[in-house]
Design a protein. Structure first.
Length: 89
């Protein structure tokens, strides 16, 4: 489990991105890069990290299921993810 402070920090970044999304789009359309540089750093969408919904882990994130590989394997083995079966050949 990731530290809750990291998870909370990422949520704050996500809210900041939402708050400044319209203003950023407007400044980008005008090509006002000085205005863009005046915005907070966390207003940029690239600062938001994909994190596992269950554990908060950021590495080995599977976008389709929004969980990390470890959580995915555990959920799939227990049959909680419909349509996912263990592969064998």
């Amino acid at each position: 489990m990731a530290k809750t402070s990291w998870i909370n920090r990422n949520e704050r970044k996500r809210k900041t991105v939402e708050k400044y999304a319209a203003l950023r789009a407007e400044l980008k359309a005008k090509k006002d890069y000085i205005g863009l540089s005046q915005l907070p750093r966390n207003a940029s969408p690239t600062r938001v990290v994909n994190r596992c919904q269950v554990s908060g882990r950021r590495r080995a994130f599977i976008r389709r299921f929004k969980v990390s590989r470890l959580t995915f394997r555990e959920l799939a083995s227990n049959g909680f993810i419909p349509g996912v079966t263990k592969s064998s050949w």
